[in-house]
Design a protein around this ligand. Structure first.
Ligand code: ADP
Ligand code: ZN
Length: 208
């Protein structure tokens, strides 16, 4: 969103799977804000220093200077209150408090642009993106290209075995897949929790 409305703030969310161009789009919007001579600050979570500790970096190697934060509260601590545009990348690693903090920033007149994964490796909504969509003025869903069949891809396929929600990685560990080619897999622990009430002890899969 590029409209100017005096001192009113708002929230923009760019969400989709990995490789769908979220970081590219975030950087594009932030560069436009810089061209408009706005004061910009960019934040990313400490968990994601894969490519650079001081920059947000897209898979196509588009880069922009950023600050690392341990969580959303630190955005407020590091914020220069003259900043007019706040960019946040990898919001899915920021936790649920980001919703209230994004609201606070927008209420105080800032343009808040947030990029993050909308679903996890199982295809489930990824906190806090669903709640951010509800409070945002603008929502953009980006799609990647399915590596298997070339169709539009809305899923992030994990290629390594792990039951952890967060396994930070890029090419080789994840790929983009469409809804037909996506294979979410069933993490063992979640399978047991879900299945236990309906299984007799003899049927319950043995845990190592
Ligand atoms: P995201 O932030 O959503 O992970 P990026 O903005 O970092 O995405 O990277 C997008 C770029 O990734 C594309 O412009 C393209 O060059 C590259 N890319 C690699 N694999 C794919 C794919 N399967 N589909 C689309 N783009 C891809
Ligand atoms: Zn496909």
């Amino acid at each position: 969103m590029d409209f100017s409305t005096g001192h009113m703030g708002w929230i923009e969310v760019v969400c989709g799977p990995m490789f769908s161009g979220k970081s590219e789009e975030l950087i594009r919007r932030l560069r436009r804000a810089l061209i408009a001579r706005k004061r910009v600050q960019v934040f990313k979570p400490v968990i994601d220093t894969r490519y650079s500790a001081e920059e947000i970096v897209s898979h196509s190697d588009s880069r922009m200077k950023s600050e690392v934060v341990a969580g959303p509260q630190e955005i407020l601590d590091k914020l220069d209150w003259r900043t007019q545009v706040v960019g946040i990348d990898e919001a899915n690693f920021m936790g649920p408090d980001l919703v209230q903090i994004a609201q606070q920033l927008a209420d105080s007149g800032k343009q808040v642009i947030i990029a993050g994964l909308d679903t996890d490796y199982m295809g489930r909504p990824f906190v806090p993106i669903p709640d951010l969509l509800c409070v945002a003025e603008s929502i953009t869903k980006t799609l990647a290209i399915c590596i298997r069949c070339g169709n539009p891809a809305k899923h992030t396929q994990r290629l390594v075995e792990s039951n952890d929600l967060i396994v930070v990685g890029a090419s080789g560990m994840y790929e983009a897949r469409c809804r037909s080619c996506f294979e979410p897999g069933i993490p063992r622990q979640e399978y047991l929790e879900f299945a236990r009430p309906r299984l007799t002890p003899a049927q319950t899969p043995k845990q190592d």
